[in-house]
Ligand binder design. Structure first.
Ligand code: F6R
Length: 608
């Protein structure tokens, strides 16, 4: 989704803004632009395509100035062309606006503006804001923006510069994320902290319907009536190095390597000395936890797959009825939930529109909502009753890797904590599961150290058009996740199925040589999985099996075996997913594709 940066300070704004946009690239975009204010004049440069196109366009042009705004656009209204790139400007070119979101009543606003003599030069909804500022500006940009926000419907983050205000950037938000960066003699706004992390680690979240005045000397936040709103800043632990590639060709490869450390972070400080769990973050008393009658886990894409693993864990350990479902469907099906329902919203970004709406709907129905998210201060974390942070660090590649790992780990923690408090597992068993979980990072490292054969397999599969993934029990969500990774990264038609379902239809897809990847770690359902492998092989499939060290039951039927170390069957997703991530990334790389930014995808999907 769009990335936004605003800056006022002493440094050359062009460099600061482009640097911020570069770090926001991971959000996905298809055009980019900047506006720099200097000598009472706004200079706007914008270009379709990647930031490198914009930089080429700027070339040797001089864009001095210490106030600037910038944008990476993920097209919604109008195609990704130069004229639709942001910043958008008014008729006189005095106002520059960048925008993330959708102004739902823009057509009505456009008609009014055209009747009053304004001329549009783009297809965007954003441009109306520039013209409205032009009409209403009377020397107070912040007041003008407050009045305009009252007339806008939909969701927006707006960042606006006016040529008559040499020390002011004004920003506003509704339903989408906006963060303030607090510096010394310079201040920032951005879509998230990565926009300004190279300059300051002091941040403040902007709340719903607030307007921010950013000046060199400080920042003022008001509501739409102009009342000043005080708020706390927080310190960001991430550093710039963490947001860079660390020697890898792609962020995704770096992030895959970071997974053992990421799981350790998720576990860190949450285990007490007595070996049991301590999860105050849930903000629930023991009685609240005992009163839960059902759990509903919502998320999108990979986060949904993490939620599916959570379902197996919570059911097994906490003995509660659990549903896991795609957040995009949740609120449209009249879910039967209430005060005794715990809804767990899983979201790396904490900004996914469908998940956010599911949270709102669940709270409207009086359910208790727990966010499992990586992003402190995100909208989902703020709108939920409580947040359990996954602490995975920044994930820049569009495809989720370490966020899935840390989400699954967090789901295990929630499952064990509910079991501990509800007494559905005795303390020694909870301790034993936690000890197994603590051993997982080293096992993930072992899997990572064995990826040579997976890279070889990637070279063999590079020209395939279709790959099937099968799994059972917690292997099933990983079959879905493996297929999603292969689809989104390598653009190969990939589908994941519960292995027991293949005879009910999907087996018709198997022909001579079709690669079928079977997730078959040691498990109670092992014998059944071995049958499934035999079934597809008998129909010509090339079988690729992920199996536990020392397990020979599947060897006769596997054309290729990928070995993982042994662990408890419920924890195997943390190991089986690793070769699937590496395989997809390596196939994409062998196909010459952009592993970090697959086509048509955005890191954070903030529109429905
Ligand atoms: C796939 C992927 C997406 C996200 C989904 C939810 O690799 O990254 O499917 O998992 O868009 O995003 P968050 O977790 O930010 O809500």
């Amino acid at each position: 989704m769009c990335g936004i940066v605003g800056y006022v300070g002493e440094q050359q704004a062009l460099e600061v803004v482009l640097g911020g946009l570069r770090r926001l690239e991971y959000r996905g975009y298809d055009s980019a632009g900047v506006a720099i204010l200097h000598g009472g004049r706004l200079q706007v440069e914008r270009k379709a395509g990647k930031l490198s196109n914009l930089e080429k366009e700027i070339g040797e042009k001089s864009l001095p100035g210490t106030l600037g705004i910038g944008h990476t656009r993920w097209a919604t209204h109008g195609p990704p062309t130069d004229r639709n790139a942001h910043p958008q400007v008014d008729c006189a070119g005095k106002v520059a606006v960048v925008h993330n979101g959708t102004i739902e009543n823009f057509e009505v606003l456009v008609r009014g503006l055209e009747d009053r003599g304004h001329t549009r030069t783009s297809d965007t909804d954003t441009e109306v804001v520039a013209h409205l500022v032009e009409e209403r500006y009377d020397g107070d940009l912040a007041a003008t923006v407050r009045s305009i926000c009252q007339d806008l419907e939909g969701s927006f983050v707006l960042v606006i510069a006016h040529q008559d205000e040499p020390d002011l950037v004004v920003a506003a938000r509704r339903n989408l994320p906006l963060v303030i960066g607090l510096g010394e003699g310079e201040n920032f706004v951005g879509s998230d902290v990565t926009a300004f992390i190279a300059h300051t680690r002091e941040a403040r979240a902007v709340e719903q319907d607030q307007v921010v005045e950013v000046r060199r000397s400080g920042v003022t936040v008001t509501d739409l009536e102009g009342n000043v709103v005080e708020g706390d800043s927080y310190h960001v632990d991430w550093d710039t190095a963490a947001a860079e590639k660390g020697g890898h060709e792609f962020f995704m490869l770096k992030e895959i390597e970071e997974q053992p450390a990421a799981i350790r972070e998720t576990l860190g400080g949450r285990l007490q000395e007595d070996g049991l769990l301590h999860l105050d973050e849930l903000s629930m008393s023991d009685q609240d936890i005992r009163d839960i009658e059902q759990v509903v886990i919502v998320g999108c894409g990979s986060a949904y797959h993490s939620g599916l693993v959570g379902k197996y864990a919570l059911e097994r350990w906490a003995r509660l009825p659990v549903q896991a479902e795609m957040a995009s469907e949740f609120r449209y099906r009249d879910p039967v939930i209430g005060r005794s329902t715990l809804v767990i919203a899983v979201s790396q970004s904490g900004e996914t529109a469908d998940t956010l709406e599911a949270v709102r709907h669940a709270r409207h129905l009086r359910a208790k909502v727990l966010a499992v998210t990586n992003t402190v201060g995100s909208t989902i974390s703020r709108e939920s009753d409580a947040a359990l942070y996954t602490r995975g660090g920044p994930e820049v590649a569009v495809a989720s890797t370490k966020s899935v790992m840390t989400q699954i780990t967090a789901m295990y923690l929630v499952g064990l904590y509910l079991a501990q408090v509800r007494g559905t597992r005795d303390p020694d068993e909870v301790r034993a599961h936690l000890a197994d979980l603590q051993a997982v990072p080293a096992l993930v490292q072992e899997v990572l150290d064995r990826m040579g054969p997976v890279r070889q397999l990637a070279r063999e599969l590079v020209d395939e058009e279709r790959v099937l993934f099968l799994g059972r029990h917690v292997g099933y969500p990983m079959a879905l996740e493996g297929a999603l990774k292969l689809k989104e990264l390598a653009y190969i038609g990939a589908e994941g199925f519960p292995a027991g379902e293949i005879k009910h239809g999907p087996i018709a897809l198997v022909e001579q040589g079709t690669p079928v990847i079977v997730i078959a770690p040691r498990h109670a359902l092992q014998a059944k999985l071995v049958n499934n492998v035999q079934e597809v092989r008998a129909r010509g499939a090339r079988t690729i099996v992920i199996a536990t060290d020392g397990d020979e039951s599947v060897t006769p039927y596997a054309d290729t075996i990928i070995r993982i170390p042994d662990t408890k069957s419920l924890l195997t997703p943390l190991l089986t997913i690793v070769p699937l991530q590496v395989l997809s990334a390596e196939i994409a790389r062998a196909r010459g594709l952009d592993v970090d930014q697959p086509r048509n995808l955005a890191k954070s999907v903030t529109v429905e």
